[in-house]
Design a protein around this ligand. Structure first.
Ligand code: NPG
Length: 372
């Protein structure tokens, strides 16, 4: 494939309600979309970086800059380009995984559309629908939390993830467990909010039969997680720490975690995400698909990924309406607690141009000939 050009579009989608985590409260989701144009087909990619570098070091303005200044020029001069070439071509540029993932995504979508192949088939997916979990933000009170969880369970969500932080951990977990019973699939996510000194506190979660505790300690604290895992009974799952298949293998080997959250943006793209799935599956570790408040584009791709055989726990693959009253594609809807895996070529979703225009903040077009 030869790329003619790339559109970089910044959009802003209001959230249906504020989403509070241990690193901040979001009222809207700003995103960078990439549209790759080739003579054969167009492809869309979505960069999951946030406006501010609070979840990871990447942030939207930085991602847009690195795509234009350093990444697109490397693709422009490549003699041959398929999605599989993107990561090796971009490897000399350090880090910036979310920006790289977005470009690989756009190339992949264009390539699969040109070949008329659905992404799920390309990946080797084995399911045509995937179970949906939901991530529940930190609330002002336990009563409000119980109402929110009850609402999600009424909608059909099959697993609840509670965001936790020091001061909002044991009591909300106890309340949800006692209110909704032992059968509820329940897990917690700390987004690095604790230190190893909190091990006795985190051990207080043991009696509640959680599926896992996600990323309790800092992202570079692999040794600390290995020590913590020995001191608590709840299985430790890593998110922020897992940046590659090698990092996943290292974390599992050292006992830092026994479960892995896979987010394609965090690891540099869907091809590395699949390698993490393969490594974890070979090592006998369950994986599940994380979420970054994606639009329908990223959601479609995540749902296909989550249909691989090693994804044995429900993911943060929620319905579009969990976050957005109006998405830029047709919404993903819950049916019996599941989302349908798209089966049309590429990621299998179409952008609604009117909606896209309404939510667009800025747009820039780069002709690749100008970079050659
Ligand atoms: O359902 O898309 C979703 C969001 C799930 O809680 C969720 N994501 O730490 O996993 C996380 C968190 C997150 C969201 C992190 C946005 C960074 C940005």
């Amino acid at each position: 494939m030869k790329i003619t050009g790339c559109e970089l579009r910044r959009i802003r989608l209001p959230l249906v309600e504020p989403f509070r985590t241990s690193f901040g409260t979001q009222h809207a989701r700003e995103l960078l979309l990439l549209r790759i144009v080739t003579p054969e087909a167009e492809g869309w990619g979505e960069c999951v970086a946030m406006s501010d570098p609070l979840y990871s070091a990447e942030y939207l303005d930085g991602a847009e800059h690195v795509v234009k200044r350093f990444l697109l020029p490397r693709l422009a001069v490549a003699p041959e380009l398929t999605a599989a070439h993107v990561a090796p071509l971009l490897a000399p540029v350090k880090e910036h995984r979310m920006a790289k993932a977005a470009l690989e995504m756009a190339v992949l979508d264009a390539e699969l559309r040109a070949a008329r192949v659905p992404f799920a088939r390309y990946l080797g997916a084995v399911h045509d629908r995937v179970p949906a979990g939901v991530s529940v933000g930190i609330m002002d009170s336990v009563d409000r939390l119980l109402d929110a969880v009850a609402g999600y369970l009424d909608e059909g969500y099959l697993r609840i993830k509670l965001k936790i932080q020091p001061g909002w951990d044991v009591e909300p977990v106890r309340a949800v467990r006692e209110h909704f019973g032992d059968e509820l699939l329940l897990q917690v996510d700390a987004n690095t909010a604790y230190t190893l000194a909190d091990a006795p506190l985190l051990a207080l979660l043991d009696p509640f039969g959680l599926l896992l505790v996600e990323q309790p300690l800092a992202e570079d604290d692999v040794r600390g997680h290995a020590e913590l895992a020995k001191r608590i009974r709840t299985p430790v799952c890593l998110d922020e720490s897992i940046t590659s298949a090698r990092a996943a293998a290292d974390a599992l080997t050292s006992g830092a975690c026994s479960i892995v959250n896979i987010k394609p943006g965090r690891v540099g793209g869907y091809l590395e995400a699949r390698r993490i799935h393969d490594v974890c599956t070979a090592m006998g570790a369950p994986v599940w698909c994380g979420g970054m408040l994606e639009t329908g584009i990223g959601r479609a791709a995540n749902v296909a990924l989550a249909a691989l055989p090693g994804f044995v726990l429900p993911g943060d693959t929620s319905a579009s309406a969990r976050y957005y009253a109006q998405d830029i594609t047709a919404p993903f809807v819950l049916s019996d607690g599941h989302l349908q895996v798209p089966d049309a070529p590429g990621f299998g979703v179409e952008i609604q141009p009117d909606v896209l225009d309404e939510v667009t903040v800025s747009s820039d077009w780069v002709t690749l000939d100008s970079l050659r």
